[in-house]
Every structure is written in structure tokens, then in C-alpha cells.
Design a protein around this ligand. Structure first.
Ligand SMILES: [Zn+2]
Length: 401
């Protein structure tokens, strides 16, 4: 832990309150002493004394007078941007996104689509570590100010123990330790969809809502669940494996080993596979020539939809949207959420993807229940993974102290 935070790591009353205050600022942003005192149940004099110490210790700042229409103008306090930095990493099928955020959770630098074809091998793991180290070296920030590197991992991940069971499961050592040794920084890992959900909840298209389903429609499909403002992880961190629910009688073996999973017909991998099949069978697409020259990526397909209005790609995206709506109707009936947010790589095709989802949701969900749920695209679309990772990187370091 950085020197300026040293006196908040012990178990004295003051240290405990300082950690509580940092968490408050992380969750709710800047606030007045009055709000802070009532939120964490301390007296105004106590909060004033502690905040002044934290300002002296240089990780909290006085932001000046809050502008209100009338009456007294209290001062606003918040986290000091330059006190610490955090790295967030999102591994996609054909590329890596890495970001750096400051203590206020503002993204300082973002590098997306760094070329790397993901494979579940030690070589792929080593390359990813090298890419992360290069990114860290290139930053205009002292390395010791970087407190954590959060890496999003798809599949079954236990964020508490640092074990990943679906990918990079090399031996009995937790994956977070393997990463940490190789990168030379503290590393936390979490399920990619959960990181996206957190990012969207903290600074995306969620405002006051507390019950949310976030859908990560990328190479695979999974959901993140927020119940009463808390991310729901289940017992071991495996909640949200929506993609591996059986929904289709299609005789397609899913990569999880089961048959007819949601992911076999509603996912980027399905879009990719079907597009190639259709092109090979003679269908025309703006990507027809590209596929002969090189391996196409999901981003190529999304670009064809959004920039080139490719009819074949649009048709496939609409089909996926329509099927997804049927499955979301089921989730709406079970959870009665306030918002369903569609994120992940495919959500970049929002004007083509969202309308068919809405149509089938209306058709198959209970009217009274679905009236409560607004359906929105993610604010960050394809970047939600890396932004979520940066914000989760900051949250975890203060959850754990
Ligand atoms: Zn499956």
C-alpha cells in the first residue's frame, strides 16, 4: 500500500472511519460534511476532524463551495485525483483493452483493441502479461502510485480466492497470484460481466435504479445482477451464467460441453459462425472479400452493420436480438428489474439490436411486470469491460484493507 494510505490499514477506530469515508466517496461521489456524517452515522465534529486529517494526508480534497440556489453554501469534499491510480484490463477474443483511472475514478488513458488472439494457453497468458507491463511503463504516472491491476476473466471466477476455473487454470496457485508475479503489481481478478455491471452501475446508464440486469453480449453471453444496489455473486462467485442455460433443441454442443445452451444461438460466436456459413454458401456481404484474406473479428462485423449497413450482418444481428428478447422476458418475470442494460461488443450495433429485443420482450413477458423495466443500451458499449475493470480495480483495494 502507498505510504499516504499507511495509516488507514490498521484497525483503530480512526482508520476504520477513514476507510468508510473513502468507500462513501467511491460509491456516491463528492459530498458535503453534513451528508457524509449522516451517511456513515458520525457526528459533524468527528467527521470534520477526520476529513481535515485526510486532507493533510493528501488523498481527500476540499472542492470549495457547493453552488445552491439559496441559503448557506456548504463546502464539497471528494477524493484527490492524483493520490493513486488503478489499471483495468479487459481480455476480448481478438484484442485487449487496458485503461488507467485516477483516484476519482476518471479514466486518464485508454487503449483499446490491442491486437491479441485469445487462447487458453500459457503462451497467451504470457503475452497478455507483457502487453499489460508495456502499457504500465508507457504511463505518465509513477509506478508505485498504481495500487491495483484488475483483470476481467470470462467464465467461472471466484473473486475472493482469485481462482479462475474456466480459463488459465494452470495449477493449484490462484490465477491472481500468477498474474501478480509476472506483472509485478497487486492483481485482482473478477468475472468480466460482473466488472461491466459494476462500471455501468457506478458511472454508466444507471441513475437511481437499484435492481438491474446487465447483459454482456460479446463472444459469449452472460448476465450481471444487481439486487438492492449490491452485486449478486452467488455462493462462490458463479452467479450469472445465463449463457449456459438450455434453451434450444439444436443439437449444438456448447464449449461448456452441454447441448442447446442459450450461447449456442445468442452470442457473438454464433453471429461469427453463421456469417461465415452464409458467405460460404454464396450469400453476399461487404465482408465477402475480407474473409478470403484474413480472419475477421466481431468488431469487423459490427463495423459492417453500423458503418456499411451490410444487409446480411444486420439480418443476423436482428435475429439474435429477437431471440434474446424471448430469454429476457423470462428474466423480467423472475426478477422484476427496474433496468435491463444491454452491453458487450454486440451492443455497439444498438439501433439494429435493441428494437427486435424490445419487440419480443413485449410479446413474451407479463405486461404488468415488464412495464416496470426499462431496456437500455450500455453507455460504454464495447468499452464497458475496460471501464468497469478500472473502477472495480479501485473499489477492490479499499474493500480489502
Ligand atoms: Zn454452454
Amino acid at each position: 500500500m502507498l505510504k499516504i494510505f499507511e495509516n488507514i490499514t490498521n484497525n483503530t477506530k480512526d482508520a476504520l472511519n477513514k476507510r468508510k469515508i473513502i468507500k462513501q466517496f467511491i460509491n456516491d461521489g463528492d459530498m458535503t460534511l453534513n451528508n457524509l456524517a449522516s451517511n456513515i452515522n458520525l457526528s459533524i465534529p468527528t467527521v470534520t476532524r477526520i476529513i481535515n486529517e485526510m486532507i493533510d494526508e493528501k488523498y481527500i480534497q476540499d472542492l470549495g463551495k457547493l453552488k445552491t440556489a439559496e441559503g448557506r453554501h456548504p463546502n464539497l469534499y471528494g477524493l484527490n485525483a492524483e493520490a493513486a491510480y488503478f489499471i483495468g484490463v479487459d481480455i476480448e477474443h481478438f484484442g485487449i483493452n487496458i485503461g488507467l483511472c485516477n483516484f476519482r475514478g476518471e479514466i486518464v488513458n485508454l487503449k483499446t483493441r490491442i491486437p491479441h488472439k485469445f487462447e487458453n494457453t500459457k503462451e497467451s497468458f504470457n503475452t497478455i502479461c507483457a502487453i499489460i507491463k508495456d502499457f504500465i511503463k508507457a504511463q505518465d504516472v509513477k509506478e508505485d502510485k498504481i495500487l491495483n491491476v484488475q483483470i476481467n476473466i470470462s467464465g467461472r471466477v471466484n473473486p475472493k480466492t482469485g481462482y479462475s476455473y474456466s480459463i488459465f487454470y494452470f495449477d493449484e496457485t490462484p490465477l491472481s497470484e500468477h498474474f501478480s508475479k509476472k506483472i509485478g503489481h497487486h492483481v485482482s481478478i473478477d468475472n468480466d460481466t460482473r466488472a461491466m455491471t459494476y462500471g455501468e452501475y457506478l458511472s454508466g446508464n444507471v441513475t437511481e435504479e437499484k435492481n438491474i440486469i446487465f447483459v454482456n453480449l460479446s463472444w459469449g453471453i452472460a448476465i450481471g445482477i444487481i439486487i438492492n444496489g449490491q452485486i449478486y455473486t452467488g455462493k462462490s462467485g458463479f452467479a450469472g451464467e445465463f449463457g449456459h442455460v438450455k434453451a434450444f433443441d439444436n443439437e449444438v454442443i456448447c464449449h461448456c460441453g452441454k447441448k442447446g445452451c442459450i450461447e449456442t444461438e445468442i452470442s457473438g460466436s454464433y453471429l461469427y459462425k453463421t456469417l461465415l456459413e452464409e458467405i460460404n454458401n454464396g450469400a453476399v456481404s461487404t465482408l465477402s472479400q475480407t474473409v478470403k484474406k484474413r480472419e475477421i473479428t466481431l468488431n469487423d462485423i459490427i463495423d459492417a452493420v453500423v458503418d456499411k449497413e451490410d444487409v446480411l450482418c444486420i439480418k443476423l444481428v436482428e435475429e439474435i436480438g429477437s431471440k434474446l428478447g424471448e430469454q429476457l422476458a423470462m428474466l423480467i418475470n423472475i426478477f422484476n428489474p427496474e433496468s435491463i442494460i444491454i452491453g458487450g461488443t454486440l451492443s455497439e450495433a444498438k439501433t439494429y439490436l435493441i428494437p427486435p429485443i424490445k419487440t419480443t420482450v413485449r410479446r413474451y413477458s407479463l405486461n404488468l411486470v415488464s412495464r416496470d423495466s426499462q431496456l437500455l443500451p450500455s453507455k460504454f458499449t464495447g468499452k464497458s469491460g475496460v471501464i468497469g475493470a478500472c473502477l472495480l480495480s479501485r473499489k477492490k483495494i479499499f474493500d480489502d484493507v
